[in-house]
Design a protein around this ligand. Structure first.
Ligand code: GLY
Length: 431
Protein backbone atom coordinates (compact mmCIF):
# COMPACT_ATOMS: atom_id res chain seq x y z
CA UNK A 1 0.00 0.00 0.00
CA UNK A 2 1.01 3.59 -0.57
CA UNK A 3 0.55 5.69 2.54
CA UNK A 4 0.75 9.47 2.94
CA UNK A 5 1.09 11.01 6.42
CA UNK A 6 0.31 14.71 6.91
CA UNK A 7 2.26 16.72 9.48
CA UNK A 8 5.80 17.29 10.75
CA UNK A 9 5.76 16.49 14.46
CA UNK A 10 6.73 13.64 16.73
CA UNK A 11 3.18 12.32 16.38
CA UNK A 12 3.62 11.94 12.63
CA UNK A 13 7.10 10.43 13.09
CA UNK A 14 5.78 7.73 15.45
CA UNK A 15 2.83 7.04 13.11
CA UNK A 16 5.31 6.55 10.26
CA UNK A 17 7.62 4.43 12.43
CA UNK A 18 4.74 2.10 13.30
CA UNK A 19 3.29 1.99 9.76
CA UNK A 20 6.77 1.25 8.41
CA UNK A 21 6.60 -2.08 10.31
CA UNK A 22 3.46 -3.14 8.43
CA UNK A 23 3.77 -5.94 5.89
CA UNK A 24 1.02 -4.16 3.93
CA UNK A 25 3.27 -1.15 3.25
CA UNK A 26 4.91 -0.45 -0.08
CA UNK A 27 5.64 3.30 -0.19
CA UNK A 28 5.52 5.89 2.59
CA UNK A 29 5.30 9.65 2.11
CA UNK A 30 5.18 12.56 4.55
CA UNK A 31 3.88 16.05 3.87
CA UNK A 32 6.07 17.75 4.92
CA UNK A 33 7.65 15.39 7.51
CA UNK A 34 10.93 16.16 9.28
CA UNK A 35 14.55 14.99 9.34
CA UNK A 36 13.52 11.87 11.28
CA UNK A 37 10.78 10.85 8.85
CA UNK A 38 13.17 11.19 5.91
CA UNK A 39 14.69 7.85 7.01
CA UNK A 40 11.30 6.14 6.83
CA UNK A 41 9.96 7.46 3.54
CA UNK A 42 9.92 10.45 1.22
CA UNK A 43 9.30 13.95 2.57
CA UNK A 44 7.23 16.15 0.26
CA UNK A 45 7.39 19.95 0.17
CA UNK A 46 3.66 20.27 0.87
CA UNK A 47 2.08 21.65 4.04
CA UNK A 48 -0.82 19.74 5.67
CA UNK A 49 -3.32 22.53 4.90
CA UNK A 50 -2.45 22.77 1.17
CA UNK A 51 -5.42 20.60 0.28
CA UNK A 52 -5.43 21.02 -3.55
CA UNK A 53 -1.72 20.10 -3.74
CA UNK A 54 -2.26 17.10 -1.46
CA UNK A 55 -5.20 15.96 -3.58
CA UNK A 56 -3.17 16.23 -6.73
CA UNK A 57 -0.33 14.21 -5.19
CA UNK A 58 -2.61 11.54 -3.76
CA UNK A 59 -4.42 11.11 -7.09
CA UNK A 60 -1.31 11.07 -9.27
CA UNK A 61 0.55 8.66 -6.96
CA UNK A 62 -2.48 6.45 -6.30
CA UNK A 63 -2.19 6.82 -2.52
CA UNK A 64 -4.20 4.08 -0.77
CA UNK A 65 -4.52 5.86 2.57
CA UNK A 66 -3.82 9.40 3.79
CA UNK A 67 -3.35 9.71 7.56
CA UNK A 68 -3.96 13.21 8.93
CA UNK A 69 -1.83 14.18 11.96
CA UNK A 70 -2.85 17.77 12.84
CA UNK A 71 -6.32 19.25 13.26
CA UNK A 72 -6.28 22.18 10.81
CA UNK A 73 -6.77 20.18 7.58
CA UNK A 74 -9.61 18.25 9.25
CA UNK A 75 -11.40 21.44 10.27
CA UNK A 76 -10.84 22.77 6.73
CA UNK A 77 -12.65 19.74 5.31
CA UNK A 78 -9.86 17.63 3.82
CA UNK A 79 -11.87 14.44 4.49
CA UNK A 80 -14.78 15.63 2.29
CA UNK A 81 -12.42 16.75 -0.49
CA UNK A 82 -10.61 13.42 -0.54
CA UNK A 83 -13.81 11.40 -0.32
CA UNK A 84 -15.33 13.35 -3.27
CA UNK A 85 -12.36 12.23 -5.38
CA UNK A 86 -12.62 8.62 -4.21
CA UNK A 87 -9.54 8.79 -1.95
CA UNK A 88 -9.33 7.05 1.41
CA UNK A 89 -8.38 9.23 4.39
CA UNK A 90 -8.02 8.63 8.13
CA UNK A 91 -9.60 11.54 10.01
CA UNK A 92 -13.12 12.91 10.52
CA UNK A 93 -14.90 15.26 8.13
CA UNK A 94 -15.32 18.92 9.03
CA UNK A 95 -18.54 18.18 10.94
CA UNK A 96 -16.82 15.60 13.13
CA UNK A 97 -13.77 17.85 13.52
CA UNK A 98 -16.05 20.49 15.10
CA UNK A 99 -15.58 18.51 18.32
CA UNK A 100 -12.15 20.14 18.33
CA UNK A 101 -12.66 23.11 16.01
CA UNK A 102 -15.51 24.74 17.94
CA UNK A 103 -15.47 24.66 21.72
CA UNK A 104 -19.04 25.99 21.74
CA UNK A 105 -20.30 23.29 19.37
CA UNK A 106 -18.52 20.61 21.39
CA UNK A 107 -20.00 21.90 24.66
CA UNK A 108 -23.52 21.96 23.20
CA UNK A 109 -22.97 18.44 21.84
CA UNK A 110 -21.89 17.22 25.29
CA UNK A 111 -24.84 18.83 27.05
CA UNK A 112 -27.29 17.46 24.47
CA UNK A 113 -25.95 13.92 24.70
CA UNK A 114 -25.37 13.76 28.48
CA UNK A 115 -21.59 13.56 28.23
CA UNK A 116 -20.15 14.71 31.58
CA UNK A 117 -18.39 18.08 31.39
CA UNK A 118 -18.06 21.37 33.29
CA UNK A 119 -21.02 23.78 33.11
CA UNK A 120 -20.35 26.74 30.84
CA UNK A 121 -21.89 29.90 29.40
CA UNK A 122 -21.02 31.33 26.03
CA UNK A 123 -20.75 34.97 24.96
CA UNK A 124 -20.38 36.93 21.77
CA UNK A 125 -20.34 40.28 23.61
CA UNK A 126 -17.43 41.23 25.84
CA UNK A 127 -19.69 43.48 27.90
CA UNK A 128 -22.10 40.63 28.67
CA UNK A 129 -19.21 38.28 29.44
CA UNK A 130 -17.79 40.83 31.89
CA UNK A 131 -21.20 41.20 33.55
CA UNK A 132 -21.27 37.42 34.01
CA UNK A 133 -17.95 37.59 35.87
CA UNK A 134 -19.61 39.66 38.62
CA UNK A 135 -21.39 36.57 39.93
CA UNK A 136 -18.87 33.90 38.87
CA UNK A 137 -16.96 31.66 41.28
CA UNK A 138 -13.21 31.78 40.67
CA UNK A 139 -11.12 30.28 39.18
CA UNK A 140 -12.95 30.20 35.85
CA UNK A 141 -11.72 28.80 32.55
CA UNK A 142 -12.05 31.04 29.50
CA UNK A 143 -11.99 29.25 26.17
CA UNK A 144 -11.92 30.82 22.72
CA UNK A 145 -14.41 29.05 20.48
CA UNK A 146 -12.15 28.36 17.48
CA UNK A 147 -8.73 26.82 16.86
CA UNK A 148 -6.09 28.97 18.49
CA UNK A 149 -2.78 27.13 18.21
CA UNK A 150 -3.02 26.34 21.90
CA UNK A 151 -3.44 29.94 23.01
CA UNK A 152 -7.20 29.75 23.41
CA UNK A 153 -7.63 28.36 26.94
CA UNK A 154 -6.84 30.46 30.00
CA UNK A 155 -7.41 29.58 33.65
CA UNK A 156 -8.26 32.83 35.43
CA UNK A 157 -7.85 32.91 39.20
CA UNK A 158 -9.22 36.43 39.62
CA UNK A 159 -11.89 38.66 38.13
CA UNK A 160 -9.22 41.04 36.84
CA UNK A 161 -7.34 38.26 35.05
CA UNK A 162 -10.60 37.07 33.50
CA UNK A 163 -11.51 40.59 32.37
CA UNK A 164 -8.11 41.04 30.73
CA UNK A 165 -8.40 37.69 28.95
CA UNK A 166 -11.86 38.55 27.63
CA UNK A 167 -10.66 41.91 26.33
CA UNK A 168 -7.62 40.33 24.74
CA UNK A 169 -9.76 37.70 22.92
CA UNK A 170 -12.88 39.73 22.15
CA UNK A 171 -11.79 43.37 21.82
CA UNK A 172 -8.13 43.26 20.78
CA UNK A 173 -8.92 40.08 18.81
CA UNK A 174 -5.57 38.49 19.67
CA UNK A 175 -6.81 35.21 18.17
CA UNK A 176 -8.68 36.74 15.23
CA UNK A 177 -12.10 35.20 14.57
CA UNK A 178 -11.37 32.26 16.89
CA UNK A 179 -11.82 34.48 19.96
CA UNK A 180 -14.96 36.35 18.89
CA UNK A 181 -17.08 33.83 20.79
CA UNK A 182 -15.90 32.62 24.19
CA UNK A 183 -16.97 30.06 26.74
CA UNK A 184 -16.63 30.74 30.44
CA UNK A 185 -16.68 27.48 32.31
CA UNK A 186 -16.23 26.25 35.86
CA UNK A 187 -12.79 25.06 36.86
CA UNK A 188 -12.67 21.33 37.63
CA UNK A 189 -10.23 19.72 40.00
CA UNK A 190 -8.74 16.27 39.61
CA UNK A 191 -6.14 14.27 37.76
CA UNK A 192 -5.93 14.72 34.01
CA UNK A 193 -5.74 11.88 31.54
CA UNK A 194 -5.87 11.62 27.75
CA UNK A 195 -7.97 8.73 26.37
CA UNK A 196 -8.18 7.56 22.75
CA UNK A 197 -10.54 5.47 20.63
CA UNK A 198 -10.80 4.61 16.93
CA UNK A 199 -14.16 5.38 15.29
CA UNK A 200 -15.35 3.98 11.96
CA UNK A 201 -18.57 6.00 11.59
CA UNK A 202 -20.81 3.45 13.28
CA UNK A 203 -18.81 1.97 16.17
CA UNK A 204 -15.63 2.53 18.15
CA UNK A 205 -12.83 0.50 19.62
CA UNK A 206 -11.07 1.86 22.68
CA UNK A 207 -7.31 2.26 22.35
CA UNK A 208 -5.86 3.38 25.69
CA UNK A 209 -4.60 6.20 27.85
CA UNK A 210 -1.60 8.47 28.26
CA UNK A 211 -0.71 11.24 30.68
CA UNK A 212 0.57 14.48 29.25
CA UNK A 213 2.80 16.93 31.16
CA UNK A 214 1.66 20.31 29.92
CA UNK A 215 3.68 22.75 32.01
CA UNK A 216 7.05 23.87 30.69
CA UNK A 217 9.13 23.24 33.81
CA UNK A 218 9.62 20.69 36.57
CA UNK A 219 7.02 20.40 39.32
CA UNK A 220 4.43 21.71 36.87
CA UNK A 221 5.78 25.23 36.96
CA UNK A 222 5.82 27.77 34.17
CA UNK A 223 3.60 28.32 31.17
CA UNK A 224 1.48 25.72 29.41
CA UNK A 225 3.00 24.03 26.39
CA UNK A 226 1.90 21.50 23.78
CA UNK A 227 3.23 18.84 26.14
CA UNK A 228 6.74 18.39 27.57
CA UNK A 229 6.48 14.67 28.13
CA UNK A 230 4.05 11.79 28.44
CA UNK A 231 3.63 8.44 30.09
CA UNK A 232 1.54 5.49 28.95
CA UNK A 233 0.86 2.26 30.80
CA UNK A 234 -2.13 0.12 31.65
CA UNK A 235 -2.03 1.26 35.27
CA UNK A 236 -2.70 4.98 34.81
CA UNK A 237 -6.36 4.25 35.62
CA UNK A 238 -8.16 1.26 37.10
CA UNK A 239 -10.09 -1.19 34.86
CA UNK A 240 -13.33 0.05 36.49
CA UNK A 241 -12.65 3.67 35.62
CA UNK A 242 -11.67 2.61 32.08
CA UNK A 243 -15.03 0.82 31.66
CA UNK A 244 -16.89 3.89 32.92
CA UNK A 245 -14.98 6.12 30.50
CA UNK A 246 -15.93 3.81 27.62
CA UNK A 247 -19.60 3.79 28.66
CA UNK A 248 -20.12 7.34 29.84
CA UNK A 249 -17.88 9.14 27.37
CA UNK A 250 -17.06 7.22 24.20
CA UNK A 251 -20.33 5.28 23.85
CA UNK A 252 -22.33 8.47 24.43
CA UNK A 253 -20.21 10.38 21.91
CA UNK A 254 -20.91 7.63 19.37
CA UNK A 255 -24.68 7.77 20.06
CA UNK A 256 -24.59 11.57 19.76
CA UNK A 257 -22.69 11.44 16.49
CA UNK A 258 -25.12 8.88 15.07
CA UNK A 259 -28.12 10.99 16.13
CA UNK A 260 -26.57 14.05 14.50
CA UNK A 261 -25.79 11.98 11.39
CA UNK A 262 -22.06 12.64 11.64
CA UNK A 263 -19.91 9.79 10.36
CA UNK A 264 -16.79 10.19 12.46
CA UNK A 265 -13.94 8.17 11.01
CA UNK A 266 -10.61 8.54 12.74
CA UNK A 267 -9.21 8.78 16.24
CA UNK A 268 -11.03 10.65 18.98
CA UNK A 269 -8.94 12.09 21.79
CA UNK A 270 -10.85 12.82 24.98
CA UNK A 271 -9.00 15.11 27.39
CA UNK A 272 -10.50 14.09 30.74
CA UNK A 273 -10.32 15.13 34.32
CA UNK A 274 -11.01 12.54 37.00
CA UNK A 275 -13.15 14.47 39.50
CA UNK A 276 -14.86 13.25 42.69
CA UNK A 277 -18.01 12.98 40.59
CA UNK A 278 -16.36 10.83 37.94
CA UNK A 279 -14.56 11.52 34.66
CA UNK A 280 -15.51 14.76 32.89
CA UNK A 281 -14.49 16.08 29.52
CA UNK A 282 -12.15 19.06 29.37
CA UNK A 283 -11.79 18.98 25.62
CA UNK A 284 -12.04 16.77 22.58
CA UNK A 285 -9.44 16.58 19.84
CA UNK A 286 -10.04 15.03 16.43
CA UNK A 287 -6.51 13.60 16.21
CA UNK A 288 -3.81 11.82 18.18
CA UNK A 289 -2.10 13.87 20.91
CA UNK A 290 1.51 14.96 20.70
CA UNK A 291 3.51 13.75 22.71
CA UNK A 292 0.88 11.18 23.82
CA UNK A 293 1.12 9.36 20.48
CA UNK A 294 4.86 8.84 20.98
CA UNK A 295 4.24 6.74 24.12
CA UNK A 296 0.91 5.13 23.20
CA UNK A 297 1.44 3.99 19.58
CA UNK A 298 4.60 1.95 20.38
CA UNK A 299 2.49 -0.04 22.87
CA UNK A 300 0.13 -1.29 20.12
CA UNK A 301 0.78 -4.96 19.47
CA UNK A 302 0.80 -5.95 15.83
CA UNK A 303 -0.03 -3.92 12.77
CA UNK A 304 -1.52 -0.41 13.13
CA UNK A 305 -2.46 -0.10 9.46
CA UNK A 306 -5.56 -2.36 9.59
CA UNK A 307 -7.03 -0.16 12.38
CA UNK A 308 -6.41 2.99 10.36
CA UNK A 309 -7.87 1.39 7.23
CA UNK A 310 -11.04 0.01 8.83
CA UNK A 311 -11.66 3.35 10.56
CA UNK A 312 -11.13 5.28 7.34
CA UNK A 313 -13.25 2.95 5.21
CA UNK A 314 -16.07 2.51 7.72
CA UNK A 315 -15.37 -1.22 7.92
CA UNK A 316 -15.80 -3.47 10.95
CA UNK A 317 -13.30 -2.67 13.69
CA UNK A 318 -11.64 -5.45 15.62
CA UNK A 319 -13.22 -5.99 19.04
CA UNK A 320 -10.24 -4.78 21.01
CA UNK A 321 -6.70 -3.54 20.63
CA UNK A 322 -3.92 -5.30 22.41
CA UNK A 323 -1.35 -3.07 24.12
CA UNK A 324 1.93 -4.32 25.55
CA UNK A 325 2.27 -4.33 29.32
CA UNK A 326 5.46 -2.22 29.37
CA UNK A 327 5.37 1.36 30.69
CA UNK A 328 6.48 3.99 28.18
CA UNK A 329 7.95 7.33 29.19
CA UNK A 330 8.59 10.12 26.67
CA UNK A 331 10.56 13.29 27.38
CA UNK A 332 10.32 16.26 25.03
CA UNK A 333 13.43 18.28 24.25
CA UNK A 334 12.50 21.87 23.35
CA UNK A 335 14.36 25.00 22.27
CA UNK A 336 15.20 27.33 25.19
CA UNK A 337 12.49 29.98 25.42
CA UNK A 338 9.66 27.71 24.25
CA UNK A 339 6.66 28.16 24.51
CA UNK A 340 7.61 31.84 24.27
CA UNK A 341 10.17 33.19 21.82
CA UNK A 342 12.89 30.80 20.76
CA UNK A 343 15.50 30.59 18.02
CA UNK A 344 15.19 28.39 14.96
CA UNK A 345 18.06 26.83 13.05
CA UNK A 346 19.99 25.80 16.19
CA UNK A 347 22.13 22.69 15.97
CA UNK A 348 21.04 19.61 17.86
CA UNK A 349 23.65 17.28 19.32
CA UNK A 350 24.47 14.01 17.63
CA UNK A 351 22.00 11.29 18.60
CA UNK A 352 24.06 8.43 17.18
CA UNK A 353 25.22 7.34 20.63
CA UNK A 354 21.73 6.92 22.02
CA UNK A 355 21.23 3.34 23.21
CA UNK A 356 19.29 1.24 20.67
CA UNK A 357 16.36 0.73 23.01
CA UNK A 358 15.66 4.49 23.20
CA UNK A 359 13.27 5.72 20.50
CA UNK A 360 13.89 9.22 19.16
CA UNK A 361 10.96 10.93 17.45
CA UNK A 362 11.62 14.27 15.75
CA UNK A 363 9.42 17.37 15.56
CA UNK A 364 10.06 19.91 12.81
CA UNK A 365 13.76 19.09 12.54
CA UNK A 366 15.69 19.49 9.31
CA UNK A 367 19.19 19.39 7.83
CA UNK A 368 20.60 22.02 5.50
CA UNK A 369 22.27 19.26 3.48
CA UNK A 370 22.43 15.50 3.70
CA UNK A 371 25.35 15.21 6.12
CA UNK A 372 24.95 18.47 8.02
CA UNK A 373 23.78 18.51 11.65
CA UNK A 374 20.15 18.42 12.69
CA UNK A 375 18.61 21.83 13.30
CA UNK A 376 15.32 22.88 14.88
CA UNK A 377 12.52 24.59 12.97
CA UNK A 378 10.12 24.65 15.91
CA UNK A 379 9.97 24.85 19.71
CA UNK A 380 9.47 21.20 20.52
CA UNK A 381 12.23 19.30 18.74
CA UNK A 382 12.55 15.70 19.93
CA UNK A 383 10.67 13.19 22.03
CA UNK A 384 12.94 10.51 23.47
CA UNK A 385 11.04 7.42 24.60
CA UNK A 386 11.99 4.46 26.78
CA UNK A 387 10.05 1.44 27.95
CA UNK A 388 10.44 -0.81 30.97
CA UNK A 389 8.32 -2.98 33.22
CA UNK A 390 7.90 -0.23 35.80
CA UNK A 391 7.44 3.51 35.57
CA UNK A 392 10.43 4.04 37.83
CA UNK A 393 12.76 2.01 35.61
CA UNK A 394 11.44 3.55 32.38
CA UNK A 395 12.00 7.06 33.75
CA UNK A 396 15.42 6.17 35.07
CA UNK A 397 16.43 4.69 31.69
CA UNK A 398 15.36 7.75 29.71
CA UNK A 399 17.11 10.18 32.03
CA UNK A 400 20.31 8.12 32.02
CA UNK A 401 20.28 8.43 28.22
CA UNK A 402 19.45 12.15 28.28
CA UNK A 403 22.17 12.92 30.82
CA UNK A 404 24.77 11.64 28.37
CA UNK A 405 23.87 14.25 25.76
CA UNK A 406 24.79 17.94 25.98
CA UNK A 407 21.78 19.96 24.87
CA UNK A 408 23.18 23.52 24.92
CA UNK A 409 20.35 25.50 23.40
CA UNK A 410 17.59 23.13 24.41
CA UNK A 411 15.91 22.08 27.64
CA UNK A 412 13.73 19.28 28.99
CA UNK A 413 11.84 18.50 32.16
CA UNK A 414 13.65 16.23 34.59
CA UNK A 415 10.56 14.86 36.35
CA UNK A 416 8.54 13.11 33.63
CA UNK A 417 7.22 9.88 35.12
CA UNK A 418 9.04 10.69 38.35
CA UNK A 419 6.38 12.38 40.42
CA UNK A 420 2.65 12.64 40.53
CA UNK A 421 1.60 15.65 38.57
CA UNK A 422 -0.62 17.95 40.53
CA UNK A 423 -4.12 18.47 39.25
CA UNK A 424 -4.22 21.20 36.65
CA UNK A 425 -6.92 22.24 34.29
CA UNK A 426 -6.12 21.32 30.70
CA UNK A 427 -5.06 24.22 28.61
CA UNK A 428 -3.56 22.26 25.80
CA UNK A 429 -1.17 24.31 23.75
CA UNK A 430 0.46 23.59 20.49
CA UNK A 431 3.28 25.24 18.67
N1 GLY B 1 -0.58 17.08 24.08
C1 GLY B 1 -1.77 17.79 23.88
C2 GLY B 1 -2.30 17.79 22.51
O1 GLY B 1 -1.84 17.08 21.65
O2 GLY B 1 -3.24 18.55 22.27
Amino acid sequence: MKILILGSGGREHVLGWKIKQSTLLKDLYFAPGNAGTSYLGENLPIQPDEIPKLLEFALSHKIDLTVVGPETPLVLGIAEEFSRRGLCLFGPDSNGAKLEGSKLWAKQFMVKHQIPTAPAEFFTSCEKAEQFLESALFPVVIKADGLAQGKGVVICKTKEEARQTLRCFMVQKSLGKSGETVLIESFLEGEEISCFAFFNGSSFVYLGEARDYKKAYDKNQGPNTGGMGAVSSSSLISPQIRERIKEQIFARVLQGLLKEKIQYRGILYAGLILTHEGAKILEFNARFGDPEAQVLIPRIQGDLLPFLLSSAKGEKLSESISLCSQTYVGVVVAAKGYPGEYKKGMELPDLKNLPDEILAFHSATSRLSENSPLINQGGRTLTLVSSEKTLENAASRIYTALNQIQFHDFFYRTDIGRENISPAQSASMKE
